[in-house]
Structures are given as structure tokens and as C-alpha cells.
Design a protein around this ligand. Structure first.
Ligand code: MG
Length: 281
């Protein structure tokens, strides 16, 4: 099932996307849906009326995350290498140890919505396509072999980054958290729709030019390992969003770096989920 949050006749609705039709579901928002319904239960929820996808405006599937987005840094070998070549001081990690950080997200950016370039503050605006895992039920001390039971679904997240701020302040938080820096969508693919852990093609394009291309089976720290490690001593609540890292091909990896400017179009695609497209302004 593909789940969306959208605006219809001025009202925010959640729905299931089926054959180009959004069938509304009786929940006030996606966080409530995730908290109260399992993926299996959703199949039996009586659907309300449906409207063509063209008649709604998609929002990010979770427009207002309840907590910070948990992110993994350098979780594909090829991206870890390009980052270390760019700035060894800011980007070094032990291969086997995950790097965790977070993004503040007042509001996740909708598909097609513009992303501000923050001119005068940011001189190195970059993109990062990532598979985001959505946690479905409170997870504490979960074994890797049981992690599957805690995943509600997946979406595409663009971990937009200001490299100058990211490297200047020792911690990456500010450079990852500016307004508009978390585009998400176009939908949540429920966990039952793909293998676990998912092996999905991931790619990004800038102005139509292919920049990143990999597969989520190449994650260094796997999704079961991430959930097992983070839930040891920290409860992951329903609706928690974990961005699993980006592969090689981001702007900083080029020589010279290829950063984004107003007018550029970012497209982040993950197999089975779809394409998240946003212009820079
Ligand atoms: Mg990232």
C-alpha cells in the first residue's frame, strides 16, 4: 500500500494511493495513523471516497515529524570515501561503527515544493537521496532478527545539506537543519510491499543528469542492525524517521564540487516508492 498526506479542498487528509486515485482514510494525520493502525489493519479500514491524484496537492507523507529525524552519516562505502577525500577532518569514521546525527524538521518539504537556497548563508548547497525507515511501534531493546516487526514503511528523503555550515561548526546539525532541508515523499510504501531488509535501487538527478545510483542492499550498517543498536537504551516511538544514509555522487564528491543554485531541479528516486522532485529557489 502507498500512503500519502495531501491537501484536498483546503483540508489536510491522509489516504491510500491506488491506480492514480487517492482513497481517503479516517485518520486526522499520518502520525495518528501510524500510531493507531498496523499495516495489516489498514487493509480492513473502510475506505471513504476517492479522488483523482491530480485533484490533490501532495504534502510530505509526515509533514510535521514529532521528533528530529535520525540520520546515518557515511553509510555507503563509496560515499564515505568521497567525503573523506573532500575533508578528512570533518568526515572520518571507523568502517564498522555507525555515525548517527539528527536533523531538526519544523516542516518536511512537500514533493514539488521549492527549497530555499539560503543565499548569503549557504555557499555549498548539496543533495543526498536516502531511504527513510518509518518505525511503526515503540521499539526498545529489539533484536536484529525481530526488527522487521517494528518497521511501518519506507519513504524517500533528501538530506539537503549546507556543506559550509556542516563542516564549520564541528557538528553537522545546523548545516542539515535549515528551513526546507528535509524534502520527503511522495508516499510511504508500507513494509509488506517489499523484502526485508529492502534491496531497492536508489538514484538522484540534478537537472536530469544522473548523479547518484546505488542499491539499499549496500548499506554498511543494515536496517536490522540500526534498529537493534538504536533501540538499546533509547525507545524509538511510532512515527520515528530514520534516514539510512546516501551513496556516492553528491556535489562535494566532484572535483571541483558541483553545488546547487537557484533554478536547479533535484530528483530523488527509490524503486517502488517513486520520485521526489523539488526545485531550488
Ligand atoms: Mg545524509
Amino acid at each position: 500500500m502507498k500512503l500519502v498526506t495531501c491537501l484536498h479542498e483546503g483540508k489536510e487528509r491522509v489516504g491510500a494511493l491506488m491506480d492514480g486515485v487517492v482513497v481517503f482514510l479516517p485518520y486526522p494525520d499520518m502520525n495518528t495513523l501510524i500510531e493507531t493502525a498496523s499495516v495489516a489493519e489498514l487493509q480492513t479500514v473502510p475506505a471513504e471516497c476517492g479522488v483523482p491524484l491530480e485533484d490533490v496537492t501532495l504534502l510530505a507523507p509526515i509533514p510535521r515529524p514529532r521528533q528530529d529525524v535520525i540520520c546515518l552519516g557515511m553509510n555507503y562505502t563509496d560515499h564515505a570515501e568521497e567525503s573523506a577525500r573532500f575533508n578528512a577532518g570533518a568526515f572520518t569514521k571507523e568502517e564498522a561503527v555507525a555515525v548517527y546525527f539528527s536533523k531538526r524538521v519544523n516542516e518536511a518539504t512537500a514533493p514539488e515544493a521549492p527549497v530555499e537556497s539560503h543565499q548569503g548563508l549557504v555557499d555549498s548547497l548539496d543533495y543526498e537521496v536516502e531511504l527513510a525507515v518509518i518505525i511503526g511501534k515503540a521499539a526498545r531493546d529489539v533484536k536484529a532478527e525481530d526488527a522487521k516487526d517494528y518497521v511501518f514503511g519506507y519513504t524517500v528523503l533528501n538530506d539537503v545539506s549546507a556543506r559550509n555550515l556542516q563542516t564549520r561548526h564541528l557538528q553537522w546539525y545546523f548545516g542539515k537543519s535549515l528551513d526546507g532541508f528535509t524534502p520527503m515523499g511522495p508516499c510511504i510504501l508500507t513494509a509488506d510491499e517489499t523484502a526485508f531488509p529492502p534491496a531497492l535501487e536508489v538514484s538522484s538527478r540534478i537537472n536530469g543528469e544522473l548523479r547518484q545510483h546505488s542499491n539499499t542492499e549496500r548499506l554498511i550498517t543494515s536496517i536490522p542492525a540500526i534498529i537493534a543498536e538504536l533501540s538499546r537504551g533509547m525507545t524509538l516511538l511510532p512515527g520515528t524517521i530514520i534516514a539510512t544514509g546516501t551513496p556516492a555522487g553528491v556535489g562535494l564528491g566532484f572535483n571541483p564540487p558541483q553545488y546547487m543554485k537557484p533554478g536547479d531541479i533535484m530528483e530523488c528516486t527509490i524503486e517502488k516508492i517513486g520520485t521526489l522532485r523539488n526545485p531550488i529557489v
